[in-house]
Write a protein that binds this ligand. Structure first.
Ligand code: AP5
Length: 217
């Protein structure tokens, strides 16, 4: 299966992607995680991306599209993938269509995680992620690690993302509404969008998403 996950910052895309990718046996490809891995390794791409991310803006398409395509070319993605945070504007959505068409492939679904803005703000405020692997995500209240400040998965140190400061979150939400939301209509026109109410326990949301995929809703 080839799936796109879309939703505002803090909607739970990364959290859900980890479970859905495991259930569907496909890799979870998060452009945010790829950028953060580059930042922690101090690569030129990471240095460039950090300035945009810290300001709450999108990293330019000239960098992002190539990085996402390189990742989709990896052997583990040959039979499918779950894209989290890509595409994030119309240019990226069009580029993805061209990429897939060139390989005779198509998307199976676009899952739109729907969460009210006040909940998103609470989720981001309490989010803690792992320094060793930013796809390991916890919450100070809703999804506590077993030992405070320590990742359950790999023992890494948990910390608050630089772009989770209040003013940056406001900017990220604004960018989501202006640049990312239009891709939902773009994919509705292709009859690919499934809206998943994303309030409730993590496992309940995963169940809704899995049922929607299984029933082809
Ligand atoms: P990215 O890392 O993709 O961030 P985002 O889209 O803003 O999404 P988040 O990671 O903030 O949230 P999420 O929806 O994954 O929520 P999570 O599962 O963590 O991108 C960061 C930056 O990179 C961008 O701003 C941009 O600069 C750049 N970038 C990335 N991709 C790009 C692209 N394609 N083009 C250009 N630039 C790009 O959950 C949030 C919290 O809620 C967690 O603490 C979690 O434990 C908790 N939680 C989750 N589900 C529940 C639940 N059901 N109940 C209670 N708590 C929950």
């Amino acid at each position: 299966m080839r799936i796109v996950l879309v939703g505002p910052p803090g909607a739970g895309k990364g959290t859900q992607a980890a479970y859905l990718a495991k259930n569907l046996a496909i890799p979870h490809i998060s452009t945010g995680d790829l950028f953060r891995a580059n930042i922690s390794q101090g690569t030129p791409l990471g240095v460039e991306a950090k300035s945009y991310m810290d300001a709450g803006n999108l990293v330019p398409d000239s960098v992002t599209i190539g990085m996402a395509e390189d990742r989709m070319e990896q052997p583990d993605a040959a039979d499918g993938f779950l894209l989290d945070g890509f595409p994030r504007n119309l240019g990226q959505a069009e580029a993805l269509d061209v990429y897939l068409k060139g390989r005779n492939l198509k998307l199976d679904a676009v899952l739109d995680l729907e969460v009210p803005e006040d909940e998103v703000v609470k989720r981001i405020a309490g989010r803690r992620i792992c320094r060793k692997d930013s796809s390991h995500v916890f919450h100070a209240e809703y999804n506590k690690p077993k030992a405070e400040g320590v990742c359950d998965v790999c023992g890494g140190e948990l910390y608050q993302r630089d772009d989770d400061r209040e003013e940056t979150v406001r900017k990220r939400l604004e960018v989501y509404h202006t640049e990312t939301e239009p891709i939902i209509d773009y994919y509705k026109a292709q009859d690919l969008v499934v809206t998943i109410p994303a309030l409730g326990k993590v496992a309940e949301v995963t169940q809704r998403a899995m049922s929607a995929l299984e029933n082809g809703e």
